[in-house]
Design a protein around this ligand. Sequence first.
Ligand SMILES: [Zn+2]
Length: 519
Amino acid sequence: MKNVVIYDSTLRDGAQSQGISFTVADKIKIVELLDEFGIDYIEAGNPGSNPKDMEFFEIIKSKKLKNAKVIAFGSTRRANIPVEIDNNVNSLLHAGTDHVAVFGKSWDFHVSEILRTTLDENLNMIFDTIKYLKNHGKEVVFDAEHFFDGFLENPEYALKTLEVAYDAGADSICLCDTKGGMFPLDIFNITKKVVEKFNCEIGIHTHNDNGMAVANAIMAVEAGATQIQGTINGYGERCGNANLCTIIPNLHFKKGIKCVEDEKMKEITILSRRVSEIANAAPDERAPYVGRSAFAHKAGMHSDAVCKNTRSYEIIDPEMVGNERVLLLSEVAGRSAIIGIINEVDPTINRESEKTKRILEKLKEMEFKGYKYEGAEGSLKLLIQKVLGMYKPSFKLIEFKVIVNEPSVDDVNSSALIKIEVDGQEEITAAEGDGPVNALDNAVRKALERFYPEVKEMKLTDYKVRVLDSNSATAAKVRVIIESSDGNEVWSTIGVSTDIIDASWIALVDSIEYKLNKI
Ligand SMILES: [Zn+2]
């Protein structure tokens, strides 16, 4: 029986991370991934704070989700105004979600020093806002900001803020360690008091400034909290939020509390990696359960012991979270992960086959060059075809030239000239674009249209660049991942080079070849 609900805030608190910025399309993709995985609540943004979130809520209304309820997030009304005229509160109504979350201050210090209002007015702000939203038929989560800090300094007042929220009709009350400096025993004791006092769902929202976010969230559950707020990969401002990719497996496998279905647990590693890909943030290799090193054993005593009995050095079987055991310096590594994709290209190949071994060797070689095929499955399938001798290029590049003009006129600052060959026939075309890659993309597809009309259906939907760490004296490499769509299918391809145009070209060629090869 499931008795703890997961409340994801990747798109709201997670989006506060340094270096992370989600587009509306990114947010929709993440909602779909979280919903598919079985997350209960998705706090998706603050409609009052920016037009991007408004646009998101407009689009998400029309999507049918299987599990998740989307939540709009905002603050209590401003001081000394009627709630009805508070624009931020009204924007929560207009977001069109059934559920809303409202944060209010529970620490008297914050009320007087930061909000600069009276303690009584803060209580009124909490009450009025929740009451107003309840009167409009919303399910309301009250986020008690800085609750634990407040409780340690002025427990009567901190509890009073919860009472007011409860009396106004809040459906759940979430206790926040907003500063992220609490320790597990304090969290346990304080949460227990709150759980005993209130007859509603009590949540926990912890930050990781002292490295305790996950431990604190679990202690709150031990004390009776039944809603956990956190983010995928622990994204969040400063040191981040409680990492759901650690908490969910901990509860599931170690505490017997199942927040998602058994078979879904096998997808948590891929969920973590997809979200990091969308966030354009390098995955944390050492992340518990889902990191690439979580089940990596170096050759020698440890890997020897793991080969005898995996319990010796593994907290769970990596397959239970869809991760894989990596015996470093061993060719056994990675086979199970790749065999499914190999079979999409050629169903007759099995794990032990010589061909699988050759593919793995090629993969290792490419990874050494900086390629990374999670999130670039289009290129991976082409690579498998190449190793198996099944790949037939649809065209040949003779040459291209790209010219960049600054300043740009009407967003056009680049032109590309390209010469290609298809079955002995040459074609030369030129095209303009917003940036050199866009111009090159326009030119190559224009050149190919005569031979392959179906390239007209394709368009690039996403383009991401990452500079790879350079640990030698040579120039840093860049990794380009592009996502393309023809309206029916979406696929991603990769290119790596010391030159960004070259890396983009490699990814672009794969993208077109993937479409034309219809794997
Ligand atoms: Zn937070």
